[in-house]
Design a protein around this ligand. Structure first.
Ligand SMILES: [Zn+2]
Length: 158
């Protein structure tokens, strides 16, 4: 396996696909993928990277915020707040663009870590935004799609 993988950009179809759940996080292919994802993310100066962004249709993403690393295998949003936060988000798969995205300010995420251990993250702010952004990727949603949905629902209420 190479040290880094090229980041794929829209409209690459892998970015719009629902990812496959990972049955065994300890599988060699997954264990080898994790450092590659971090290296690829660092090289691209990102704070998060989901497997579809390197062309791999699997439910795994990594995040690094404030020097803390998160490996998210099969992550799900188990609760989201009604309180919203708006942030100008960028995405390594949509170079040079930012979209103002409305998301929940508080979230709880359940996932497996790199050891296959069940974990729960309860957080807010930037990490909550990053978690929702990466989980969107694993569900085949990119920020351009989110933005379009937001604009459409806004028009409906105007
Ligand atoms: Zn992204």
């Amino acid at each position: 396996m190479k040290d880094t993988y090229p980041v794929v950009h829209i409209p690459e179809s892998v970015l719009r696909e629902q990812t496959q759940q990972i049955t065994n996080p300890l599988d060699r292919s997954i264990q080898e993928l994790i450092p590659v994802m971090f290296t690829t993310m660092h090289k691209a100066h990102g704070v998060g990277l989901a497997a579809p962004q390197i062309g791999i249709n699997k439910a795994i993403a990594v995040i690094e915020i404030k020097q803390k690393r998160y490996v998210l295998i099969n992550p799900v949003l188990s609760s989201i707040s009604d309180e919203k936060i708006i942030f100008d988000e960028g995405c390594l798969s949509i170079p040079g663009k930012e979209f103002s995205i409305v998301r929940s300010n508080h979230v709880t995420v359940r996932h497996l870590d790199e050891n296959g251990k069940k974990c729960k993250i309860k957080t807010d702010g930037l990490l909550a935004i990053a978690l929702q952004h990466e989980i969107d990727h694993l569900n085949g949603i990119v920020i351009a799609d989110r933005y379009e949905q937001q604009e459409q629902s806004r028009e409906l209420f105007e």
